[in-house]
Design a protein around this ligand. Structure first.
Ligand code: ZN
Length: 157
């Protein structure tokens, strides 16, 4: 079993989006007010409470555009929040969702075929550890199983 850590969006990137830095499509992040229904922040890994402001933006969680560098929508608190600590503890919010899509990527930021799978929330850490047992995998991406929204990365501890 490879030791893991959950890696959320870096704070400087979240701060840049809050300061209206262009998203992956070159647009200013949209500002909305949460209705409290399943709006989860990719920086603190908590839900945005009803009445709180949040951003919707297109995020590309890869260092540069290339065929495997998927772009998709994410939510972020519009106001400062505490980044989820880089530990092996599965964020509590995950356990309220039914499942996640996990995929291993190589050092070239491309999918390592054969690693992709949909897992129950409680199994995310264990399956990510097994994927990271492979020498050809550099990191794992966690996405919503239903909406494919990027959630976080999982790295070796
Ligand atoms: Zn947050």
């Amino acid at each position: 079993m490879t030791a893991i850590r959950f890696t959320s969006m870096p704070t400087d990137q979240a701060e840049a989006y809050r300061a209206a830095a262009p998203d992956a499509n070159g647009h200013e992040p949209e500002i909305h007010v949460s209705n409290g229904d399943g709006i989860n922040c990719r920086h603190c890994q908590e839900d945005v409470a009803e009445g709180e402001r949040y951003l919707i933006l297109a995020h590309r969680p890869f260092p540069r555009p290339q065929p495997y560098a998927e772009i998709g929508p994410i939510f972020l608190h519009a106001d400062p929040c505490a980044r989820y600590p880089e530990t092996d503890r599965t964020p509590a919010m995950f356990l309220e969702r039914e499942g996640y899509l996990l995929k291993g990527y190589g050092p070239d930021d491309r999918i390592v075929y054969g690693t992709g799978q949909i897992v129950e929330s409680a199994e995310v850490a264990e399956v990510a550890s097994r994927i990271l047992d492979r020498d050809d995998v550099a990191y794992v991406h966690v996405r919503s199983a239903l909406n494919n929204c990027f959630t976080c990365r999982i790295d070796r501890a």
